[in-house]
Design a protein around this ligand. Structure first.
Ligand code: DNO
Length: 353
């Protein structure tokens, strides 16, 4: 298989061990980061060296970083942007020095992904992450104290309000322009050191609380890729994030960007879109959700995709407890399913030759 199967690992504090990860059939790469350093600070080389050594010891390759977070001031284009961009570039160089080939990041204002519940119980007793509009409606971050699960708890409510107001004033075009500044500075450095930068789409791919969201749909992904035309400026195509908007045809998007060789990293998971636009994270299998995972893999396989793939969020099953979305069991099932789809697609392709 050309693609490189990978697994996210949160470091030593992760209840899932590297030993267990290495026991998943076909597992090759570890996706991780230095998680104990704030955005805007340089990552200690010792941390990267240690991560590499730990992975090596288990026959795994530490070659994907998720994420080097982008400081809010870079996204907002204020404060010490030049200095912050310099630190960002230095972190890319340091990752490369320890063997990293792909760096994931996102350009979402203030918050990363948005969900209303992280342990919604399904009929079979498994739990997963969900976003229900009836739990969101009526919340106003400028007035209410909002603590949605998974949101950065290090901000005070006053700071959150200030940021939300600043992004409101910046608007989508302002965010695009700051993204362009970021790319023009960071991508040349990535090119120099053999790293592919992979932007993660907005999750979900529409505005939340009026915050601008730009990495959301085909038109905007096209615009993004044109801002800097290089394989080092690529996508982390997350099926579950983009897939929450029914207007995104995920297999078609995967096919298009794989043909262009602009996908560095695939996050593969399935979601079920509900009638009112709410969504639930589901098992990876196509029949469990709204996405055709077979068509996604076929589009990759037919284009000889040789980037990284990871089974994204899994449900909590078989009594496992741990970091929501990031348990061992369901993600291992996801990896095995995805491996099976690749094997089948590639064999059929070979036979057709
Ligand atoms: C959620 C992840 C995201 C992702 C970042 C990338 O589980 O897919 O948090 O890591 O958006 O910067």
């Amino acid at each position: 298989m050309n693609m490189k199967m990978s697994f996210r690992w949160y470091g030593e504090s992760d209840p899932v061990s590297l030993e267990y990860i290495s026991q998943i059939p076909g597992m090759r790469s570890i996706v991780s980061a230095v998680y104990d350093v704030k955005p805007g600070e340089v990552w200690p080389e010792e941390s990267l060296a240690k991560m590499k050594a730990q992975c090596d010891a288990h026959g795994l390759v530490f070659d994907v970083v998720e994420s080097i977070p982008v400081h809010e001031d870079i996204k907002l284009g204020r404060g010490n942007v030049d200095e912050l961009l310099e630190v960002y570039c230095e972190n890319v160089r340091r990752c490369a020095k320890y063997g990293v080939k792909c760096v994931t990041y996102n350009f979402m204002p203030v918050f990363d992904w948005t969900r209303t519940q992280l342990d919604k119980k399904a009929k079979d007793g498994s739990t997963s992450l969900v976003m229900y509009w009836d739990q969101m409606r009526g919340l106003d971050p400028l007035k209410d104290d909002i603590h949605l699960p998974g949101w950065d708890a290090s901000y005070t409510q006053a700071e959150v309000r200030e940021l939300i107001t600043a992004y409101g004033e910046l608007g989508e075009e302002g965010l695009w322009s700051n993204l362009e500044t970021f790319l023009k500075k960071v991508v040349p450095v990535a090119e120099e050191c053999g790293v592919r930068m992979a932007i993660h789409p907005d999750d979900p791919p529409y505005p939340i609380f009026g915050l601008p969201r730009i990495i959301t749909c085909e038109e905007n992904l096209d615009r993004f890729l044109k801002l800097y035309d290089s394989p080092a400026n690529s996508l982390c195509l997350c099926t579950g994030s983009l897939g929450c908007a029914a207007s995104n045809d995920i297999p078609a998007m995967v096919r298009k960007y794989a043909e262009m060789d602009r996908i560095a990293f695939m996050h593969i998971r399935n979601i079920k879109i509900m009638e009112d636009g709410s969504f639930e994270e589901r098992a990876h299998l196509s029949s469990c959700g709204s996405l055709d995972v077979f068509e996604v893999v076929r589009a990759l396989a037919e284009n000889g995709f040789d980037g990284y793939v990871r089974p994204d969020h899994g449900r909590m099953i078989w009594g496992e407890t741990g970091k929501p979305g990031y348990g061992l069991f369901d993600r291992a099932l996801g990896a095995t399913y995805i491996n099976g789809l690749f094997e089948a697609c590639e064999k059929v392709q070979q036979e057709a030759k």
